[in-house]
Each structure stands twice: as structure tokens, then as C-alpha cells.
Write a protein that binds this ligand. Structure first.
Ligand SMILES: Cc1ncc(COP(=O)(O)O)c(C=O)c1O
Length: 341
């Protein structure tokens, strides 16, 4: 029998971390969990080990795009497992190429890098902005801007770009070279550009969520994002969106940036892309298509299994006309939370 220990109450009020049930001692104590163990899922329903039925409004935290135990996903992944599951990126991977083609044909991007999670996708984006900075800065210090109350993940660079001090505590020193502005407040962005110019620093890029998730579900303001696009063009900085939470149809459009009437130079994806299977991606347009062999890599990133999962999700979203339904839901949400039109 497993002996249980008490997990401390979470300091973080974020959905998914609020439980206080004891965690098994053989697991590191990183989550305060709800006292529920799910055994089975079908569509938007979950059943716990006592047979209780739940409506799954959490969706694996924005992840199970087609719900649980989806037939198309089950069939394509079973088929893929019988063919080939994993090979190194030292070889061509047909499923990966197909996925990159789907993503680039259906977005503003021209190329993709695949990894395994949202934090990793943002790590790739941060490295990319740094690389871009090293090309444009003329020996000035290269700075990345991110928003206060943002969330970009738990790895070190993603954490350093996360504008929430509570996540930094105990892990300092963080990566240097990040500055924070107020979300939806262009004055605050402009001030940092001016300060940096005065102190011989160059802003290589901005990393920002088109809708802040953890920050309190704050939709990006169209005027603000247009101004961000303009200043990035004027100052030759990259504008990269973190669409880990908002991408893959979750706002009624396939990509979060489509709600803002501008296009970023690149964007990151994870969560909903794999429908519950681990995959992340950095998508880039021409200005940001900078990586060369040796710059970045991932052992598992873009393997045949993960790419088949993502391709199935994307094809099914299209085939089922799912975005139309999301849009209807969004309009009813708009009335409740005052989403800007
Ligand atoms: C906007 C955003 N970026 C990045 C992440 C990190 O993703 P992952 O947990 O897959 O590393 C999250 C996770 O909640 C997120 O909401």
C-alpha cells in the first residue's frame, strides 16, 4: 500500500494547482492535487475511479482539442505505432514535413521547429530572439521585452520571460536581459524603448501572449498590438507571440493573432496542438527564419508519433468545422466577460 504525505496548500491560485490532497511520497511534491483520480474519458466527459461522471471544463489545461478518446486520433495513432514511432532528426521525417506544410500553409509562418512542450517552444523563441539580437545590435546589449503578469513556462529562459515575481522566488538569479511592460499599455512599451536607446541597449524582440491566460484571461487590445507591430518594424525588433494557450482554435480563429489584425514574426504552440500528446512548435516568418544546423535541437521534437497526433488534430478541426462552434461559444462568453469586439 502506498503511504501518503501531506502536500502544502499551493500559493498559486492558478487552475490546476489549487487542490490540497496528499501526494504519493514517491512523487516529488510539485503539485497540490485535487482528491480525484480519473480512470476514463470520452469526449468532454471524465469518470473517476469511483464511477463518478464529470464534465471536463479543464480539458487537460487547454490541451485535449478533440476531447478524450477521440476515434480519429485513436485510429491514426494506432496505425502510426504499427509503422514507426520515433527516429532521430538526423533523418528526414515525413510526418514532420507534412505537419510543417500544414502549419505554414494555414498561417503567416514559413517554417517550423518542433519540440515537446510550451516552455520548450518559448525557449526556442527566446534563443531565436537572442540570435536575431546578436545580428542587429552592433555590440550593444540585447534586450527582450515581455509583459507583466505574463506566463511563458517553467524552464529557465521561459521563467525569466514570465512577468510574475511569485514564480521567480527561490530561483534567482534568473537569465538577464529581460524587461517588462504593462500589457495593453503602449506608453509603457515606448518608455522602455526610449530608456534602452539612452543606455546603449537594443531591443531584439518582444515575446507576448495575444491573450494573457494566467494573467487573468486578458484579451489583447487591437490598437495596442498594432502599435507593437509598428514599433517592432520601426526599430527592427522581432515580434513573437506565445500562442501555447491561445493557438489551435481556442479563440474561434485557428491562431490567436487573427483576432488582432496583425501578423507576428513568429509564434509558439503546444497544448492543443497534440490533443493530449506532447508536442510544441516554434513557427517563424521570413524575418525570423534564422536558425542554422547546430543552433537548436530536440531529441524527441517532431517525431513521427507526435507529428501524426498534431496532423490528426489539425485535420479534424478543419473537417469538423470546429472553429465555427468555438466562435458561437465565444460570442456568448463575450457578453459575460466584456470581450472587446
Ligand atoms: C501562455 C503559455 N505559455 C507557455 C506555457 C508553458 O507550457 P508547458 O506547460 O507545455 O511547458 C503555458 C502553460 O500553461 C502557457 O499558458
Amino acid at each position: 500500500m502506498v503511504k501518503l504525505v501531506d502536500a502544502p496548500h499551493s500559493k498559486c491560485g492558478t487552475l490546476g494547482y489549487v487542490g490540497s490532497s496528499p501526494t504519493a511520497p514517491t512523487l516529488m511534491n510539485t503539485y497540490s492535487r485535487f482528491n480525484i483520480t480519473f480512470k476514463r474519458g470520452k469526449g468532454c466527459w471524465l469518470w473517476d475511479k469511483n464511477g463518478n461522471k464529470y464534465l471536463d471544463a479543464v480539458s487537460g489545461i487547454a490541451t485535449c482539442s478533440l476531447g478524450h478518446s477521440n476515434g480519429a486520433l485513436r485510429r491514426s495513432l494506432s496505425k502510426q505505432l504499427k509503422k514507426i514511432q520515433h527516429v532521430s532528426n538526423l533523418y528526414h521525417i515525413e510526418e514532420q514535413t507534412k505537419l510543417s506544410e500544414w502549419l505554414t500553409e494555414n498561417s503567416c509562418a514559413e517554417a517550423a521547429f518542433f519540440c515537446n512542450s510550451g516552455a520548450e517552444a518559448n525557449e526556442a523563441a527566446i534563443k531565436l530572439i537572442r540570435k536575431y539580437g546578436s545580428k542587429i545590435t552592433n555590440n550593444k546589449e540585447s534586450i527582450i521585452l515581455a509583459a507583466e503578469s505574463s506566463f511563458h513556462g517553467r524552464t529557465f529562459a521561459a521563467l525569466s520571460a514570465t512577468g510574475q515575481p511569485k514564480y521567480h522566488q527561490g530561483f534567482e538569479p534568473l537569465l538577464s536581459g529581460f524587461k517588462f511592460f504593462k500589457y495593453n499599455d503602449f506608453e509603457s512599451v515606448k518608455n522602455i524603448f526610449e530608456e534602452c536607446e539612452k543606455s546603449n541597449q537594443t531591443i531584439a524582440g518582444i515575446l507576448i501572449e495575444p491573450i494573457q491566460g494566467e494573467g487573468g484571461v486578458i484579451p489583447g487590445n487591437k490598437k495596442f498590438f498594432k502599435q507593437l507591430r509598428e514599433i517592432c518594424d520601426q526599430k527592427n525588433s522581432l515580434l513573437i507571440f506565445d500562442e501555447v494557450q491561445s493557438g489551435v482554435g481556442r479563440t474561434g480563429k485557428m491562431w490567436g493573432y487573427e483576432n488582432l489584425d496583425i501578423e507576428p514574426d513568429g509564434f509558439t504552440l503546444a497544448k492543443g496542438l497534440g490533443g493530449g500528446h506532447a508536442i510544441g512548435a516554434l513557427l517563424v516568418g521570413k524575418k525570423a527564419n534564422l536558425f542554422v544546423p547546430g543552433d537548436h535541437a530536440s531529441t524527441f521534437g517532431g517525431n513521427p508519433f507526435a507529428c501524426t497526433a498534431a496532423l490528426t488534430i489539425l485535420n479534424e478541426i478543419k473537417r469538423m468545422n470546429l472553429l465555427h462552434n468555438v466562435l458561437i461559444e465565444k460570442h456568448s462568453d463575450r457578453r459575460r466577460v466584456g470581450y472587446p469586439r
